[in-house]
Design a binder for this molecule. Structure first.
Ligand code: ADP
Ligand code: MG
Length: 494
């Protein structure tokens, strides 16, 4: 064997995450998740979402959804056909920079309401005109669209359509909105324009993923858990209200208790921030130390798309700088000249899609690996040993991420005793990593099955399906559930 392959194999072993470590992770996750249900300020936030029912696919009606996330504002309407299918119409508008940072919250929310108005005029003009006519005639009979508002900034939620903004992120900075209810801000702007729209729900994208899967999944079984493996990673699951003991301490909380359940947004990206059980290599350590938020999102930093490319880059760079090896530079083992502007030298430069491309190539010639190295790193004519070394590292990093993903999944299944009562446990997943990294789901389920309290029989009950568009159809479904929530019609009731 060549020195390159020896060294790649040695590094790859550092990414091994064997069954006994998975089991330790699961035990710790269960502990941290119980802490999170009991009190505020824990590593796992376990945020109550106030969504107390999941759809079964028979829901019908026309709902609106809007998504304010980063650069764009998306407006869509979703027609639920009641047979697990839906049609979606949408428009996307770039948010003007000046509204993101220098205006008032009123400017921003009026802008959003105007986009909703434009959307209604184009796509639902009849309904819109009828509403305007009734209003002019002084007819108070209301026929409002219920709207789900996906708002991807930190909020403190105290009801299904109430949440105060904690702080802006992602380049937004409109100080007068902080501390205010973002649903009320949007509703006032909508009312100012006399639109036939009621802001029915504040939505987190992970919860949207769960709801969208629950509606579209085969049969009547409701979905139990939704998980995202994209830029970041997070999950939401159905919990018994009795177990969310911190809800009792929230004086302003409003929710429907009729199902006895509520969806919890785990915020599992921050599982084990103090690294009591998570595996760590020198590459994980360096990635975190050089990040702009060291010590937080430690689970996410080992699992999600934003980070896997950087872990790989650091491992490749170590082999590149190792004087005995000289991967990708003229040396004993290589003839390659890596150009100075290669992303090999740029922090966060290496996109995680490279891992999927490399992992997918199982040919002896490794033409796709070579193409990926050229496209992503400007590296040309690597030797077969060099390509093989990259493959070994990629496989190790991707597989560890997938096996780590089994930790929250197993822990939540065990802690809720879901496998003891149900024959099928439906799980919806979304995100480019789980969608495109070859066999990500397979490695995850393999690790799940190795957990003794789950076992082969338990793992067999878990049915995983891709669930796209949580902020569209998922948000619409949350608006639907909210519109059927009696306590909202009479908010004094708890
Ligand atoms: P978002 O998380 O913003 O909703 P995605 O689910 O598409 O969006 O995830 C984007 C992340 O996935 C990025 O970090 C990107 O590097 C990574 N990514 C994009 N394409 C792939 C791919 N083919 N394989 C693995 N990861 C990918
Ligand atoms: Mg996404």
């Amino acid at each position: 064997m060549s020195a390159l392959i020896d060294e790649a194999t040695r590094i790859a072993r550092e990414f091994d995450y064997p069954a006994d470590q998975v089991q330790r992770g699961v035990a710790e996750y269960i502990k941290q998740s119980n802490d999170g249900l009991a009190q505020e300020g824990t590593t796992l936030s376990q945020i109550p979402t106030f969504v107390t029912a999941v759809p079964n696919g028979s829901e019908k009606g026309l709902y609106l959804a809007v998504d304010l996330g980063g650069t764009n504002f998306r407006v869509c309407s979703v027609q639920l056909h009641g047979d697990t299918t839906f049609s979606l119409t949408q428009s996307k508008i770039m948010i003007p920079r000046e509204l993101m940072a220098s205006g008032t919250s009123k400017d921003l929310f009026l802008f959003l309401a105007r986009q909703i108005e434009a959307f209604l005029r184009i796509h639902h003009n009849e309904h819109f005109e009828a509403h305007q006519r009734r209003r002019r005639d002084g007819n108070n009979e209301e026929d409002l669209f219920d709207l789900g508002f996906t708002f991807s900034f930190p909020v403190r939620q105290c009801g299904i359509n109430r949440g105060t903004l904690i702080r802006w992120t992602k380049g937004f900075n409109i100080p007068d909105a902080v501390g205010h209810d973002v649903c009320a801000l949007l509703q006032s702007a909508i009312n100012e324009l006399h639109l036939p729209v009621r802001v029915a729900a504040l939505v987190n994208d992970t919860v949207g993923t769960l709801m969208a899967r629950s509606y579209t999944s085969p049969g009547e079984t409701g979905t139990f858990l939704g998980a995202i493996f994209g830029t970041g990673t997070n999950g939401a699951y159905v919990e018994k209200i009795d177990r969310i003991t911190k809800l009792q301490k929230m004086e302003d909380a409003h929710y429907d208790t009729s199902t006895g359940e509520m969806i919890i947004n785990a915020e599992w990206g921050s599982f084990d921030n103090h690294l009591s059980v998570l595996p760590s290599t020198v590459y994980d350590h360096d990635l975190d130390a050089d990040s702009n938020n060291p010590g937080v999102q430690m689970f996410e930093k080992r699992v999600s798309g934003m980070f896997l490319g950087e872990i790989l880059r650091l491992a490749l760079l170590a082999m590149h700088n190792n004087p005995d090896l000289g991967l990708f530079k003229p040396s004993k083992t290589s003839k390659v000249v890596t150009p100075e502007n290669s992303t090999l030298y740029r922090q966060w430069g290496l996109d995680t899609s490279l891992l999927s491309q490399v992992e997918a190539d199982n040919t002896a010639e490794m033409e796709d690996v070579k193409a990926a190295l050229k496209d992503h790193l400007k590296i040309e004519n690597p030797s077969n040993d060099e390509c093989q070394a990259v493959k070994i590292l990629v496989h190790a990093i991707g597989k560890r991420a997938a096996r780590l993903s089994a930790v929250p999944l197993a822990a939540i299944l065990i802690h809720t005793r879901k496998l003891e009562t149900d024959d099928i446990v439906d799980v919806g997943v979304d995100g480019s990593l789980v969608e495109f990294y070859p066999n990500f789901e397979g490695y995850m389920l393999e690790a799940l099955h190795e957990v003794p309290q789950v076992g082969a029989a338990g793992a067999k009950k878990v049915r995983v399906g891709i669930s796209k568009d949580g902020s569209g159809v998922g948000a619409a479904l949350i608006a639907l559930v909210a519109s059927k929530d009696e306590t909202l019609q009479n908010p004094s009731e708890k």
